[in-house]
Design a protein. Structure first.
Length: 325
């Protein structure tokens, strides 16, 4: 790993992950290192705290690049999670999605376009007292492989910043043509607590309403009030959509003296909580819209405007006894 720049508090380095170029953002005092594949949708493909990996890496960067197999902290773009059918209509456009679009176990399109994973252009990076950062853009207005499945010319940019113990990801969408661009993206952080059994993980989710889902995990349009999710994960599993309280407390995963917080800071009024029984990960997923929104009148950004969304992941060392109280 070659270091490009180093300061007393933050550093920036280059490397390879499965043969793909990556940038490594470092925070010396916090003992945190975030690795970003800036040409592959700015996916955060590693987050190490005191040398231990906090992300589920699953098939790795190679599988993510080849077939969109999610891992780390990927951007789900231009839609998050599932669509109810292999096509949608928005702004007078009828769009059919071909068989090359990633599908779930029901055969439904999921996690956006593989074409939107590849071909990002790095636009800058650096390190200093205020943090280490990297930025890249997807010029979807010039990408026929994207426009064929999402015919709304626009430019997307992602900036990842590590400052002390906080990793912030900011995403901006700007129309590049005369038509509005639907906003339906999200992120899928695969979090884990190394060395702690899954059933001992303590979780907090400041949700206010749960979306009713059908048998294929598609929202019905109705929701129910719920109390925030708290307590030991145990044998519980989740794959549920929620409304998030505006300005609410962060989502959190705690265990064995470590606490990981995910804060939905701006532009993410929905969340998907995913905790499978067959993989030791939990996902607090920031979403700009509920699942299937691209088929059910999503919000949009008009020409000349922009949509900005921001969330953060903070890692802290806490007193283990206090965390259990």
């Amino acid at each position: 790993m070659a270091t490009l720049a180093a300061q007393s508090r933050h550093s920036l380095g280059r490397g390879l992950a499965d043969g793909h170029p990556v940038l490594v953002l470092g925070s010396r005092e916090a003992g945190l290192r975030a690795t970003v594949a800036s040409r592959l949708g700015m996916v955060v493909c590693s987050l190490r705290h005191r040398g231990e990996e906090l992300l589920g890496l699953r098939g790795g960067v190679g599988a993510y690049a080849a077939r969109g197999a999610t891992m780390g902290v990927p951007l789900l773009y231009p839609w998050a999670n599932r669509l109810a059918a292999p096509g949608y209509r928005f702004g007078g456009h009828d769009v059919a999605l071909d068989a090359g679009t990633p599908r779930d176990e029901h055969g439904l399109p999921i996690h956006g376009l593989l074409a939107a994973v590849r071909g990002w252009t790095p636009t800058g990076c650096g390190a200093g007292e205020r943090g280490a950062w990297a930025e890249a853009v997807l010029d979807a207005a010039s990408r026929e492989d994207v426009l064929a499945r999402f015919p709304f010319p626009h430019v997307a940019s992602v900036r990842v910043t590590l400052r002390d113990a906080k990793l912030t990801i900011e995403t901006t969408i700007r129309p590049a043509g005369a038509v509005a661009v639907p906003v339906s993206f999200g992120y899928h952080p695969y979090l884990r607590l190394p060395g702690v059994p899954r059933h001992d993980w303590e979780i907090e989710a400041p949700v206010t309403r749960r979306l009713r889902l059908d048998a294929q995990s598609i929202p019905t349009g109705e929701s129910d009030p719920v109390r925030p999710v708290r307590g030991r994960l145990g044998r519980r599993r989740f794959d549920d959509g929620y409304v998030v309280a505006d300005g609410g407390r962060p989502f959190a995963l705690t265990g064995s003296g470590r606490r990981i917080e995910v804060a939905f800071e701006a532009g993410y009024p929905y969340a998907q909580l995913f905790a499978p029984c067959d993989d030791d990960v939990i996902c607090f997923e920031p979403m700009t819209a509920p699942t299937n929104a691209l088929r059910s009148c999503p919000q949009s950004v008009e020409p000349g405007g922009s949509y900005r969304a921001r969330f953060s992941i903070t890692v802290a060392e806490v007193d283990a006894a206090a965390a259990r109280r």
